[in-house]
Design a protein around this ligand. Structure first.
Ligand code: FE2
Ligand code: FE2
Length: 183
């Protein structure tokens, strides 16, 4: 590293020595440095709720994938499976971030539904299933928006991850709304 663009010159970053000393001091904290601006316990709690939400969505979509019946069922059942897999990928991303922040991902089935923001509703008809999934997606969208607002610039990495997930939940909701209107 050269000192050509020394952060001290810009006046808004800590000088290199201070940054290096701080990074060394709490080395056991891994990716979490002294400049981490959010309340870590709060972020970990929020992320574990998001993890539970994603896991409940995986279970609901998978149930619907296997139970979808009727004349229009086949493409919709296939879409439910795609959504289930995407929710699983979200759960994995969130769990990895929890560990990166020094926490532990809560995969316990005990209390899973209570930790989740969205609900596990089986639904009787294909239309019910689509509607329940749309409700769950809208709940997820709301809660991710709130988390993103809370994080702001305090934890940009977690915020960016959640923004990516949010964009997919919006696509899911959009697809489900289209299915409902074409039913
Ligand atoms: Fe998701
Ligand atoms: Fe989703």
């Amino acid at each position: 590293m050269t000192n050509k663009t020394s952060p001290t010159d810009t006046g808004f970053l800590s000088d290199v020595q201070t940054l290096r000393a701080r990074a060394r001091k709490h080395i056991e904290e891994g990716a979490v440095t002294g400049n981490y601006g959010a309340d870590r316990d709060t972020v970990l709690k929020l992320l574990n709720e998001a993890l539970a939400t994603e896991l409940v969505c995986v279970l609901r979509y998978r149930r619907h994938h296997f139970m979808a019946k009727g004349i229009h069922a086949e493409p919709i059942a296939a879409e439910f499976k795609i959504h289930a897999d995407e929710e699983q990928a979200h759960a994995d991303q969130i769990a990895a971030r929890i560990v990166q922040l020094g926490g532990e991902p809560d995969f316990s089935p005990d209390g899973l539904a209570a930790r989740s923001h969205s609900e596990y509703v089986e639904g009787d008809s294909l239309k019910d299933m689509i509607r329940e999934n749309l409700v769950a997606e809208r709940v997820a969208i709301e809660s991710y928006l709130e988390m993103i607002q809370y994080l702001g610039d305090r934890d940009p990495t977690t915020r960016r991850m959640l923004e990516g997930i949010l964009a997919v939940e919006e696509e899911h909701a959009d697809e489900l709304a289209d299915m409902l209107s074409s039913e």
